[in-house]
Design a protein around this ligand. Sequence first.
Ligand code: 5RP
Length: 224
Amino acid sequence: MDQKELEKELAAKEAVKAVKQNQIVGLGTGSTAKYVIIELGKMVKDGLKIQCIPTSNKTAELATSYNIPLVDINMVDHIDVTIDGADEFTKEKMLIKGGGGALLREKIVASLSREEIIIADASKKVDKLGKFTLPIEVIPFALNYVQLQLTALQGKGKLRQLDGKPFLTDQQNYIVDADFGLIDNPPALAEKLNQIEGLVAHGLFIGLATRVIMGIGDSVQVFN
Ligand code: 5RP
C-alpha cells in the first residue's frame, strides 16, 4: 500500500473509535471514507449495531456490500457521528469538499450531525484553502446565471465534465469547479455564495467539522 493510502487507513481506523453501539452514523464519500466503510463492515460483523446514512449513491452501494444497515435520513432527527473525507483542510478545521461531487448531501448530513469527523492523508492539509478548485453544485437551469455571479466574485468557473458530457450529481445537478485563487477569507466567500439563487451548495465547509484526523507517516495527528 502506498504512503497516502496508509495515512487514509490510519485516520479511518482512529475515527471509527468514536462510533458506539446503537448510534446513527453518517458515511462520507470518496477514497478516504471508503476505509471507514471497510472498518465499520468488520465491526458490524463482530456485533456492532448501528444505522447509517450514506452521503451518496456510491457510498450506499459500498456500505450495502459490507452488510452495513442503512436508514433514510428523513426517518431520524439527528446523526450521532459522521466520518467523511475532504479535499483540503486548515488547522482551523475549515474545509473544501466536493471533489467527488457529493457535497450537497455531505453538507446536509454534516449539518444534522452532533459530531463531524474529517479524515485525511497529510497532503490535504493547507495553510490557505483554494489550491483545489471549489466545487459548486448548480441547478442546470441556473448554470449561466451562476457562472456570471461567480465571475463577479472574481471566480473562474468551469463546468465539470465526464465522458464528454456534464457531470451529474446524485440530484441530477451540475458541478462548476471554481478557481478563486487562494481564499483569504473563506467565511466571507461562503456567505456571498450562499446568496446566489440556483447555487444549491458550495464546497466550503465552515464551522461544520468538529475534529480532523490526519494520517501522517505511521501515526495520526488530531485537530480539535
Ligand atoms: C466527495 C468529497 C470527498 O470527501 C473529497 O473529495 C475527498 O475525497 P478523497 O478521499 O477521495 O480524496 O467531498 O464529495
